[in-house]
Design a protein around this ligand. Structure first.
Ligand code: ZN
Length: 462
């Protein structure tokens, strides 16, 4: 049972983990840290797996997706898996290669691409930083570059908005171009500094080198060994995958602190609700296998090796079956028949200023409890069977449950559940918590909903 004190702790953990998870790479680092602290051990995709009943494991894919397993007392063939899925990525801006644009007075701005469908207005005039993966040369084994997961931590960029004096109609709707309007500025430099930067491959590469060589980063070779004593040169720095993130920390808001606000609530709030449930049930004796599947690239359609459209989760399930019942060609299919998936991705909460956008009878409110998402055209995996399972779990956990259905004239989005169905013919339900301003640089959700979601997901796994 989650007590009042315990809920305070869960929310402060949530806010801390939201702050630490600056991008998909860091979200996986944070989840990995929590799993290791709880005694989960890492399985490598390339190794032979040995699984013990009751054992807790995790496996990573690309550093941006992670799958935690708590093996059941019974094997998968007879008791199936209880799967919670969510995603690690959020809309943002990613740096292009050769990203510097040198302007008048030595002003340097960055050439970026939009990742996912963010609300671009919300990114203006904020302190921004950068985080992600950097690849370092590995002369002995070019197929396995050395990986650095990096975070600049400090506000190092901003996207200044045009003054209203140059566009008096700005408040009447102002279409934005990513290429023209959204270039972040990182500072101004004198010609000698710029020459020096160019010798190192540009401002960003110079700053990356400075950051890595200051010992500020987590540097791993392909075998996961930490490398700390090697000085990295401009020639060593092969490539990067960096995204911008807003620096303002997550926090509580509302007269009674009913809400929490942060970047990347969609979908890290669900990833962390699933993580809490996984950690809570790690020590209990469960018949079926619990799985937390945190995929990447949901915001761009999931069609990558670490996305929900790929066979990554199916392969994990097949592998568990192969370890537990070698040679049984039917084990996997029987496992699927016993399994159930809760796909957890945040939902649109009713917005008091835009009643006309919502379905008249099925609009979830912030603070009303977890939300079941339904769509007649199967954009969600939910059907009445899946919804019934989730509603019963909510009842058992003592929490409310709401429905989200699109206004019939509005085309909604889709999420992980229906995409996973392409790979797994599994029973399941699409759920989430109601949030405001989905895909804004700063989203808002209800504190009580998060606690309720942790309760129901824990109920599901135990
Ligand atoms: Zn989402």
């Amino acid at each position: 049972m989650i007590s009042k004190n315990n809920s305070k702790e869960i929310i402060s953990r949530l806010l801390q983990m939201l702050d630490e998870s600056k991008c998909n790479f860091w979200a996986v680092e944070v989840v990995k840290r929590e799993l290791l602290a709880k005694g989960f051990s890492e399985l490598k995709e390339a190794d032979e797996w040995k699984l013990e009943p009751g054992g807790c494991y995790f496996v990573e894919k690309n550093g941006t997706a992670i799958f935690a397993l708590k093996v059941g007392k019974e094997d998968l063939r007879s008791a199936g898996a209880r799967i919670i899925s969510a995603h690690t990525d959020s809309p943002c801006f990613k740096l292009k290669p050769n990203c510097e644009i040198y302007g008048d007075g030595g002003v340097v701005s960055l050439n970026v691409e939009k990742y996912g469908g963010g609300i671009m207005y919300t990114w203006f005039d904020r302190p921004l930083s950068m985080a992600g993966r950097v690849s370092i040369a590995n002369q002995e084994d070019p197929l396995h570059p050395i990986t650095v997961i990096l975070d600049f931590k400090q506000p190092i960029a901003t996207i200044p908005h045009l003054a209203i004096h140059f566009n008096r109609a700005v408040n009447e709707g102002n279409p934005l171009s990513v290429q023209k309007d959204m270039k972040p500025v990182v500072g101004y430099f004198n010609p000698e500094q710029i020459e020096e930067f160019k010798r190192n491959g540009g401002v960003i590469r110079s700053k990356i080198l400075e950051h890595i060589n200051s010992g500020n980063c987590h540097v791993e070779d392909s075998m996961g060994q930490l490398i700390s004593d090697r000085k990295i040169t401009a020639d060593d720095l092969i490539d990067y995958e960096l995204s911008l993130y807003p620096c303002e920390p997550a926090g509580l808001v509302g007269l009674e602190h009913e809400y929490f606000q942060s970047a990347r609530i969609d979908d890290l709030s669900m990833a962390f609700a699933g993580l809490e449930a996984m950690l809570d049930t790690a020590d209990s004796e469960c018949n079926s296998t619990g799985i937390l599947a945190l995929f990447d690239n949901e915001e761009t359609g999931s069609a990558t090796k670490q996305g929900a459209h790929s066979p990554v989760l199916r392969h994990i399930l097949e592998r568990i079956c192969a370890v537990q019942n070698p040679g049984d060609a039917q084990a996997f299919h029987r496992a699927i028949a016993h399994s159930f998936m809760i796909s957890a991705d945040d939902a649109h909460g009713w917005h008091p200023n835009y009643n006309e956008k919502y379905d008249p009878t099925n609009h979830p409110v912030l603070g009303g409890g977890p939300v079941v998402k339904i769509n007649a055209n199967c954009k969600y995996m939910t059907d009445s069977d899946g919804a019934s399972v989730f509603r019963q779990l909510c009842k058992k956990a003592g929490v409310g449950c709401q429905y989200f259905v699109n206004h019939a004239d509005v085309a909604g989005g889709s999420t992980l559940g229906n995409i996973s169905s392409v790979q797994l013919d599994i029973r399941g339900v699409d759920v989430g918590n109601a949030i405001w301003a989905m895909h804004s640089a700063r989203e808002t959700a209800a504190v009580s909903d998060h606690i309720d979601m942790v309760k129901v997901l824990t109920e599901f796994l135990k």
